[in-house]
Design a protein around this ligand. Structure first.
Ligand SMILES: Nc1nc2c(ncn2[C@@H]2O[C@H](COP(=O)(O)OP(=O)(O)OP(=O)(O)O)[C@@H](O)[C@H]2O)c(=O)[nH]1
Ligand SMILES: [Mg+2]
Length: 477
């Protein structure tokens, strides 16, 4: 099964790397939906990604972003450059415009079918995915890049932190403004102003474009130092294509600027390590790796106790005051790390066959050890007494009848070490791993013992002459 998946992923990625649009579309869907194959797909795409120029286009709803993207795509394609487009959460129809001659409404995540193999257009609408929209978009861009596109355009509606995070993954961020915003320029999210590498005042056929520019310049001068790039302000009319040549040129200029060394590093000019693009990509990866880590850790915590249902239960108990989240969150974290640090947590106990527990326990009690509990296990016809010994335990076993397994052991070998019990995190995995190695087992299934305790036994002939019990850790007791 896992093997089949592995082969399927390899096939899919090799098809997408060689430019197969259907394979690309399928891989993007799997990644967007966080399918089980997503990690393997991304990993296989990584060596082929990172070569495209990423251009982020953000701005208020209806500012003309899609119309601009459409124009840019046309120009890039005419120049022979291949293009991928990701429209995140489009609220208005994506204009296939000049490319398709039609306006197409994208309600949900979907592809726009283009006859041009050098162009791939995708809309995304995945909100609330584990790890966030920005992280998912970054992954989708990786996959599109791996398909060999020269340029990836990312369109987002610039209203919130999500969008700021998304365009930050771009190498060049274009912020689109429109006349008639009036004082709105003042209220533009500070974040948006800071991330802009280029400002485009679209719909410059309308009145007030100059005023927007004046306000923008005032804000820019207020903001003070810019480093050595002052974001240019361009005027466009996306519907007619006016100003697009200048925008194209400004993008090229910014792109060339990114290839230069930033003067801060001592790396040689030839080394990509010294250039600004590298610095920008490094900042991107720093953020993306952090997001990936958060996602991976959350997944791990969920595997170790915080399932979706128990999150609801925990929330309910926190709201009712029954459970203190400031205590249980650190506990959950500790539990996750304690149990994921090694495949075997500890030696759970040593089982010792005795003729009389009453007689045997005296010795341990004289040593100051306490007998935790004593009970009868009916189906094994044995009485057991557990003695805590540091982090581990001793289990005294007294047969109830001579024909019981422990009774027969005593008859053959006399009192002494009967078995060793190791604790594992995943008993089912341990069982199948041993089965796969042809290890001789006492029973082929996991057994349930007293108090729901899960265990199975490995035959001494496969375990160096000692009967070996494998049991599931049940969280520290
Ligand atoms: N007058 C004028 N209209 C424009 C211009 N650019 C775009 N439009 C129109 O503005 C409307 C919105 O354009 P879109 O390109 O869909 O805008 P958008 O920013 O992608 O919109 P969302 O994706 O919904 O945020 C459409 O009716 C366009 O035809 C322009 O330069 N001048
Ligand atoms: Mg749009």
């Amino acid at each position: 099964m896992a093997e089949a998946n592995h082969t399927a992923v390899r096939e899919l990625t090799s098809r997408l790397v060689s430019g197969d649009t259907r394979a690309l579309a399928r891989a993007v869907s799997l990644v967007e939906n966080a399918a089980p194959e997503a990690a393997a797909i991304l990993s296989a795409c990584f060596p082929h990604a990172g070569r495209a120029l990423r251009i982020g286009i953000t701005g208020a709803p209806g500012a003309g972003k899609s119309t601009l993207v459409d124009r840019l795509v046309q120009r890039f394609r005419e120049a022979g450059r291949t293009v991928g487009v990701v429209a995140v959460d489009p609220s208005s129809p994506f204009t296939g415009g000049a490319i398709l001659g039609d306006r197409i409404r994208l309600q949900h995540a979907a592809e726009i079918k283009t006859a041009d193999p050098g162009l791939y257009i995708r809309s995304m609408a995945t909100r609330g995915a584990l790890g966030g929209l920005a992280s998912t978009t970054a992954d989708v861009v990786q996959v599109i890049e791996a398909s060999g596109k020269d340029i990836v355009l990312i369109e987002t509606v610039g209203v919130g932190q999500d969008e700021i995070d998304i365009v930050r993954l771009a190498d060049i961020t274009v912020v689109v403004l429109v006349p008639g915003m009036g004082d709105d320029v003042q209220s533009l999210k500070a974040g948006i102003l800071e991330i802009a590498d280029l400002f485009v005042i679209n719909k410059s056929d309308r009145e007030g474009a100059d005023r927007v520019e004046r306000e923008l310049r005032a804000l820019q001068s207020l903001a003070g130092a810019h480093g050595d790039w002052i974001p240019p302000i361009l005027h466009t009319v996306a519907t007619t294509g006016e100003g697009l040549e200048a925008l194209d040129a400004a993008i090229a200029q910014r792109s060339a600027w990114l290839q230069e060394t930033d003067g801060l590093t001592s790396e040689s000019h030839e080394s990509p390590k010294g250039n600004r693009l590298f610095t920008r990509r490094q900042a991107f990866w720093r953020e993306h790796i952090t997001a990936m880590l958060q996602r991976a850790l959350l997944r791990e915590v969920r595997r170790h106790g915080l399932h979706a249902e128990s999150l609801d239960a925990a929330a309910e108990r926190a709201a009712s005051g029954e459970k203190n989240p400031y205590q249980f969150v650190p506990q959950l974290v500790e539990q996750t790390f304690a149990s994921s640090s090694a495949p075997v947590t500890s030696l759970d106990h040593l089982g010792i066959a005795v003729t009389s527990i009453a007689a045997a326990r005296e010795l341990y009690e004289a040593l100051g050890l306490t007998v935790a509990h004593e009970e009868i296990i009916e189906h094994e016809q044995v009485r057991v007494a557990m003695i805590s010994a540091g982090g581990s335990r001793l289990e005294l076993l007294e047969p109830l009848v001579p024909e019981s397994p422990v009774g027969r052991f005593l008859a053959h070998r006399g009192p002494g070490l009967h078995h060793i019990a190791l604790q594992v995190h995943d008993i089912a995995a341990a069982l199948s791993a041993l089965k796969a190695r042809g290890v001789r087992l006492i029973s082929e299934e996991v057994q349930t013992g007293a108090g729901g305790h899960l265990y199975f036994f490995v035959h001494p002939s496969s375990a160096g002459g000692v009967l070996l019990e494998i049991c599931q850790d049940q969280g520290k007791k």
